[in-house]
Design a protein around this ligand. Structure first.
Ligand SMILES: Nc1ncnc2c1ncn2[C@@H]1O[C@H](COP(=O)(O)OP(=O)(O)OP(=O)(O)O)[C@@H](O)[C@H]1O
Ligand SMILES: [Mg+2]
Length: 280
């Protein structure tokens, strides 16, 4: 089911990127220099994400997942290799990142936070208001339309950043554990909403998660990373058809097999990361 590291490195590095490809990463490395010593964060990443693909990224803590997304978002520069992000419609943003920790503007109301990207793009007020109310309702914050972030819980702030990303309508959604801080019910609702937005608007999604379950339920393909310094360990294809009914998927034997094979790939890496954290 999984493609091994050697196979995938050869396949990915050798391909120049076809017409249906959206993100093309070749031989990418990232090092940080911290007080004179070099920290290797990413080692030889080769990855092609197709236009409209939903890619989940899993890997132990500290393996470089956020760093990779920040590089894709243009927030960080890679040290070597190449990254190409193909922009289809220049009237829309190329990408939008939803951060691991909720990142809302504390001085703006919920409405203004969600409207921010649309305002920057000069979307007319009437249309902007419609889009903003639609997504605020979708994330269940209609009553908090005029509230400021200090009046909201952590999970609610995270929902504001999600609404802002959805409203912004980028071609690529870069999502860094966006549902990690949410309660179970809101998580389920927003997973469904994300799948709906993704399928209706043909977005490309790169989605970091610590949850193997979430990666299976949402993604077309799962990229498993090694412990620090991050390399790609395997790609696993998720065979379930779309549209998916999450509960039905969980009840199938394939779901159990996938959980098992992804966890097998991850387990050693998580243990290795723990040993290194403990200095053993
Ligand atoms: N700005 C920075 N300066 C120095 N080192 C950094 C910086 N950002 C990340 N690192 C290092 O790069 C490595 C990867 O960090 P990153 O945040 O990408 O991991 P992660 O996979 O997102 O972890 P987590 O699952 O805990 O969020 C870590 O060793 C981290 O200490
Ligand atoms: Mg991270």
């Amino acid at each position: 089911m999984a493609t091994t590291n050697e196979q995938l490195q050869a396949a990915e590095a050798g391909s120049a990127g076809g017409p249906g490809d959206k993100i093309i990463v070749r031989n990418l490395y990232k090092t940080f220099t911290v007080r004179g010593s070099v920290v290797r964060a990413l080692v030889n990443i080769n990855l092609t994400v197709a236009d409209g693909e939903f890619l989940a990224i899993v890997g132990p803590s500290g393996c470089g997942k956020t760093t990779l997304l920040r590089i894709m978002a243009g927030l960080e520069k890679h040290s070597a290799g190449t990254l190409e992000m193909r922009h289809r419609d220049r009237s829309k943003p190329l990408n939008n990142m939803v951060f691991q920790e909720h990142s809302v503007f504390p001085w703006m109301t919920v409405r203004d936070n969600v409207a921010y990207g649309l305002m920057l793009r000069g979307v007319p007020k009437k249309q902007r208001d419609e889009i903003v109310s639609y997504y605020i309702e979708k994330v269940g914050l209609t009553k908090f339309y005029k509230a400021y972030p200090f009046q909201l819980s952590g999970g609610m702030k995270q929902r504001v950043s999600l609404a802002r990303a959805f409203a912004n309508d980028p071609e690529v959604l870069l999502m860094d554990e966006p549902f990690g801080a949410l309660d179970e019910q809101n998580k389920l609702l927003l997973q469904e909403e994300l799948l709906r937005i993704w399928s209706e608007h043909q977005k490309t999604v790169c989605f970091i998660t610590h949850s193997v379950d979430e990666s299976i339920v949402l993604a077309d393909r799962i990229m498993v990373m090694t412990a620090h310094p991050g390399q790609i360990k395997a790609f696993v294809k998720v065979p379930f058809e779309r549209p998916r009914e999450v509960y039905k998927i969980r009840a199938t034997p394939q779901y159990g097999q996938l959980m098992y094979s992804i966890w097998e790939l991850l387990r050693d890496e998580v243990l290795r990361a723990k040993r290194e954290e403990g200095g053993q």
